[in-house]
Every structure is written in C-alpha cells, then in structure tokens.
Design a binder for this molecule. Structure first.
Ligand code: ZN
Ligand code: ZN
Ligand code: ZN
Length: 650
C-alpha cells in the first residue's frame, strides 16, 4: 500500500540559532519523503515538521488543505507549539471524518460494512526533522533514494515533456510514458520532483472535504476529474484499506477513487517567435464562403485574434449552414501563431470524418484523431480532433478549443462539459462553441440582444441564420390528432399522417417518420403498409440498438428504401436530399425544443431542393412543438434581414 506523508515546511531566517525565526509554513503531501528531503536540502534554511501519514490520499490531502488554511489564517510566528496544535487539529479532523463517513455508511445501501474507524493517520511523535537524524525515521519514510540526484532530474524533465498539458491518473501516465517509447523508471520520484518544482499537481481522484457549518458539519466528496459531487458511492477498497469512494459519473473512463493519484500538468508557455516570423499560412483552402458564412467566419476569427479578452464565443448556425468551413479561419489564426487547437465533437464517426478533411486544408499541420480506441491517443499534435470524453484528459494546453454540436454532448445541460472544455484550454486560451440549437446556459451568457431581438453579432457571438445555399428553413406545421396512439395501434385512418406521407412519396421524395419510442416502430410500419400498400418493401424501421441500422440507413441513402420510421437517433447526422419529415407524437417528452429543431433541420439542405415539408403531429396540446416552430421562424426573420443587408451592401 502506498503511504502518504504530510509534513510542514518552514523557512528559517537569522543566522544565529537562538534568534532564528520560522516563517511561511506550508504543508505538503508526499509518497516518497526522501525526494522531498533531497529537494529541500538543496535550498538553504528549510525545516520540515512531519505531521503523520495515511494510506488514503484523499485524507492526506484534506489534512494538507486544513493545515494550509489554518496557518494562513493565524499568521504570527511559527513555533513548535504551533506544530503541536496542528497535530491536535489533525486528530480532530480524522475523528470527525470517521464519524461523518460512518453516518453515510449507515444510510447508503451499497456502502461498505460498518466499522469502528474508516480512516487512520499514523501520528508522528518526533519533534521535527533534521537532515542528520534521517536514521531516526521508520524505514518506509526515510527510504533512501536508489537513484542519483542527476538521474532524478533527468527523469523528471523527460516525464514533464510527456505529461504536460494533460490530466491523467497515475496508471494512465505509466501507459502514456510506455506508448511514447520512453518509459520512466522512477515514476513516483520523478512526479514528486515535478510537484515540488510546482510544475505539476497531484490530487486524489475523489477529494474529501469537511465543511463546518454553524449547526453541523458535512463531509463532501467531489470527483476531481469530472467535478461531480452527486454521483459518488462509498466503497470498501483494497488499494488503500481506508474509507474510500468512487465516481460513477465518469466511470466509463476508468475508476476515479479517493486513493487514485490524479496528475494535472499545465502546458508550459512555448516560444513561438520563429513560427510567427515565418508568416506562412497553414490554411490551404480554395473553397468559397457564402456572404453569410463569410460574416460568421470572420467574427469567429476576430474573436480568436483579439489579444486581451479571453473566454467563450458562440457560433449559432442553423442546420445545413456549413459549419465546418466556418472554423477554418479561426483555426488558421491560432496555428499561424504557433498555438495548439483542439476540436471536440460528440461522436466518433464525426471525428473520423473531420480528420482527413482538416488534414487536407492544413497540409503542413500535424492532425490526429483522439477517441477511446484510437492509437494516436497518447501522441501530441498541433491540431487534435477528439471525442468529448477525451477532452477531460487534457489540462491547460490548447490555445483554441472548438466544441462542435455543443448541445449534443453526452452530458447536455451539465456543468461537466464546460468545466472539461475550459480546463483543456491554456491560461489565455479561447473556447469556440458551435451549435444549431445552443443550450440556454450558453445563449444566456453569450448572445447579446438589440432592441429585444437577437443581435446578428457581438463580441461573444455570431448568428448564421441562413443555410449555405441562402434559403430559409422550412417552417413546420403543427397538427393535432387526438388519441394518436390508440388510433395507430387499432388501425384508425389518420389523414394528418397518411395524406402528408402520400404527398411526399407521390412527389418522388423520401420521408423520415420520427416516433417517440422503439415500441412504436413496428406498429407504425404495419400501419403505413396497411393504409398505403405501395409502401410495402420500401419502408423500414430503425433504432439505436438495431443490428441492421447501418445497412438500413445505407439503403435509405440509395433510395432503395423510401420511408424510414426512426427514433431520435437520426435526429442529426444523416442528410438525404429531397426528403420530408413527419414527427408522430411530437408532444411526447422525448422530443424537446432543441431536438425538434434539429429534426426539422433534416429538410431542404441541398441547393437544388431547398424546400420541403415538416409536420409535427401531436396527441395533446403541448407548448414544446410550438416553441420549436417559433425558434425556426425567429431564425428565418433574422435570415431575411441578413439577406436584405447583403443586397444593400452588394
Ligand atoms: Zn467523476
Ligand atoms: Zn481506496
Ligand atoms: Zn448597411
């Protein structure tokens, strides 16, 4: 078991021992005290006071925090009496942590079994550490270094190059260092050296915090990786043998626990003068922007170029606006200054599609794909295209982070995404969000209004209300069909559905028929074949877990299927020219305003067929489908004014 020692370092001033003053106390946690001793011995006049040790990194860390809070609050002279006081405080903290952990064990169903104590600290009775007294320490704490000082410095420097700009668990660092072909032999020691140099920080995967209220104290658990406080479960742990807990919110990226060292290393500032002076443009693209695209792309570029203000920017572009090209100038701006860019997108297939596309227009830039099973995951590059999950593995690294389809992330509406994105950005890095249906969280903060209307642009946003072909969005019709589900199941003729579907098929167009739930698919397919026998053989249903999903979508693309009955999985991504959309049960809770806008966005995307039909069939009267229609109409109004403005300027 790894043992974490907590000690306090003080600076000693005054040459005469009798008049020496101790000041600037600071607490540290270390798994290898010998490295710390070596580090402080290099610097003059340091004295170390050991407080105790624990196998729980989270507890050692909580003790460190408490001590640092206490000493910064009390100020005054630091004496050995203060050390004794702090030791007393620590044992109080451990007792209180045990009591509160025990309370939670009693109420949580999946908890470890009840015990006398969950946490323990081996106290330290020696008054203080002097380098000459090293032999007085138990062997596991005074473990003599098995490497030379020079070796340690060399390994630390090598490791720093590998981990900078990343946030990883210790076992991930071991894998990374191996995959990069330069394994570090004294990992623990090299890491601790970097901690002491303030180049990296090591946290417990789950942090413990004792919060003292006026009435009662609470023990909170917080996942250092994803920031979750609510999805933490207590567990019996064989790694630390102490009270432990793990996070279920980010579990699919590996287990974050109280005793897993989580290493966060900022990217050091690099010297970019050579790149800037070369003046070469990394972007080699001969495509043409529409006037509206050019307006949006230029605003995004200016946001990235602006030196002083950092932060977030939103490109609110309708479905089919041609979003990918919009970010070329912003990416170019960053790369030309020698900066690094991360493009994060929710789906792996989009990552795989973007990489060759970006590599083509940035031919001299190294572009890599980073997703769960990617071999390039551990490599470094100027332009990284990754899935959202992988964003959590970066730390204060990128000068520009582009977040594509921000509303489609697995944690929609969750703080987790913003936290991960902002953490992946370098200190003065910028975050650029792209969406057709941005979450309120972003529009509230970034979209400025002018005379109660959305402004076409501001310092923090730009609107792209027109599709690349310049046409407006088809406006959905909302039609109510009472007892929709019963009629569908019992085979009652519904003209609202059948008439519209027949019109589409007769016009030699294709139809997306969205349904709220998988169970509907079979019934709807039967219903269509029964009332429109001509659809027999050209209709199919598809859902997320459908083993034939890809094949059916391909047949639909090839027009061998004309009508596809689907759940929300085809809400985005699949684009079919000359297609219409009907949403059955559009007032069902699975469709929110954003997903209805996305679904409507399937229609009229190609330049030669920019129009089409979108129909929301509802059973009751819900506000949501109407809100989606309102949003689309608002975009169209904005689109019209942009078009007028362009004529005026042209
Ligand atoms: Zn977590
Ligand atoms: Zn543990
Ligand atoms: Zn004008």
């Amino acid at each position: 078991m790894r043992n974490y020692l907590v000690y306090i370092k003080v600076e000693v001033s005054g040459r005469m021992p009798a008049r020496a003053r101790m000041q600037s106390p600071q607490a540290y946690v270390t798994p290898c005290f010998s490295v710390d001793k070596l580090f402080w011995e290099e610097q003059e006049s340091r004295r170390l006071f050991v407080i105790g040790s624990s196998t729980s990194l989270a507890l050692a860390f909580a003790i460190r925090e408490q001590i640092n809070r206490q000493v910064s609050k009390s100020g005054g002279a630091f004496t050995e009496a203060v050390v004794d006081e702090l030791r007393g405080m620590v044992s109080g903290l451990v007792n209180e942590t045990n009591r509160l952990y025990g309370q939670r064990v009693a109420v949580e169903a999946s908890s470890p079994s009840a015990a006398e104590a969950y946490f323990s600290v081996s106290p330290w009775n020696q008054p203080q550490y002097e380098s000459s007294e090293a032999s007085a320490y138990p062997s596991h704490l005074s473990n003599t270094l098995t490497m030379t000082h020079k070796q340690l410095i060399k390994e630390a420097a090598q490791l720093y190059g590998q981990i900078s700009g990343r946030a990883l668990f210790l076992d991930e660092i071991e894998r990374l260092s191996e995959k990069q072909g330069q394994p570090v032999s004294f990992m623990q020691e090299a890491l601790q050296w970097l901690v002491l140099q303030e180049k990296t920080e090591i946290y417990p995967g789950i942090r413990l915090e004792l919060r003292k209220g006026i009435v009662r104290h609470t023990l909170t658990f917080r996942c250092q990786r994803c920031g979750s406080e609510r999805h933490i479960l207590l567990c019996t742990c064989h790694t630390c043998g102490q009270g432990c807990a793990y996070c279920t919110a980010c579990l699919d990226m590996g287990r974050s626990k109280c005793c897993t060292p989580y290493v966060c290393t900022a990217m050091p500032k690099h010297d970019n003068r050579a790149v800037i002076e070369s003046g070469a443009s990394p972007l080699q693209w001969s495509g043409q922007f529409s006037p509206a695209q050019s307006f949006a792309a230029e605003h995004a570029r200016r946001f990235v170029a602006s030196g002083n203000q950092s932060g977030r920017f939103l490109i609110w572009a309708v479905c089919g606006a041609g979003k990918t090209e919009l970010i070329f100038p912003a990416i170019n701006e960053t790369l030309a200054k020698g900066g690094q860019v991360l493009v994060a997108t929710p789906r792996k297939d989009v990552v795989l599609e973007l990489v060759p596309r970006l590599a083509r227009v940035f031919p001299t830039t190294k572009v890599i794909a980073v997703h769960g099973s990617s071999l390039e995951k551990w490599k470094d590059a100027q332009l990284v295209i990754s899935t959202t999950h992988q964003v959590m593995r970066y730390y204060r690294r990128f000068d520009l982070v582009v977040v594509d389809e921000v509303d489609a992330f697995p944690f929609r509406g969750d703080e987790m995404l913003y936290r991960a994105v902002e953490r992946a950005a370098a200190d003065e890095g910028k975050c650029l969000f792209l969406s057709a249906t941005p979450p309120r969280e972003l529009t509230r903060k970034l979209v400025r209004k002018k005379f109660f209307q959305i402004a076409p642009s501001s310092a923090t946003h730009v609107m792209l209300p027109l599709r690349y072909h310049g046409h407006l969005l088809p406006v959905p019709q909302v039609v109510q069909e009472r007892q929709l589900e019963r009629k569908m199941r019992t085979g009652v003729r519904m003209e609202s559905l059948l008439g519209a579907a027949a019109d589409t098929l007769d016009a030699d167009r294709q139809l997306f028929l969205f349904v709220p739930r998988i169970e509907w698919i079979e019934h709807v397919v039967d219903y269509m074949v029964r009332f429109l026998p001509a659809t027999d053989g050209i209709v199919a249903g598809v859902y997320a877990a459908d083993p034939d999903r890809e094949k059916k979508v391909m047949l639909f693309r090839e027009k061998r299927l004309r009508l596809i009955v689907t759940t929300t999985i085809l809400e985005r991504g699949v684009t079919i020219p000359r297609s219409d959309v009907i949403v059955l049960g559009a007032d069902d809770g699975v469709f929110d305003e954003a997903s209805l806008v996305q679904i409507a966005g399937r229609v009229g995307r190609s330049a030669d067929a920019p129009d089409g039909m979108v129909r929301f069939i509802t059973a009751g009267s819900s506000r949501v489908p109407h809100a989606a229609v309102k949003q689309i109409k608002r975009m169209n109004r904005l689109g019209l004014s942009v078009r007028k403005e362009q004529v005026h300027h042209g």
